[in-house]
Design a protein around this ligand. Sequence first.
Ligand code: ZN
Length: 136
Amino acid sequence: MTVEYPKPLPQLTDDNGPYLEGLRERELRLQRCGACGRYRYPPARFCPHCLSEEASWEVASGRGTLYSFIVVHQLYHPGFRDDIPYNVAIVELDEGPRITSNVVGCENRDLKIGMRLVAEYFDATPEATILKFRPA
Ligand SMILES: [Zn+2]
């Protein structure tokens, strides 16, 4: 059975399988460098800080702060017609990496840089869960 979902969905790559699987299981999983210990996002084969290929997957706290955001008023994709105006947010995770997402459960006018956020897991389809954030 095909599930109709009008918006783009995350695509499986060589590097992001554990990340996407984690979202389905309500966990935010990040790669952590085995050499320098820093977390990274997006998933990649090499550490962007020290270029080591050693890494493990760890469950992150799912907590962070609003680093930046915009409010989109223009329709760029027909799947978002009913969402305008919607926010696109950069969330700085407590573990360090910044991740692009949306803040839900909050009016756009109430978004404030530095506000505390917590992960929210949105099941777009039975196979695809999307990471969003809500005020903590
Ligand atoms: Zn490293």
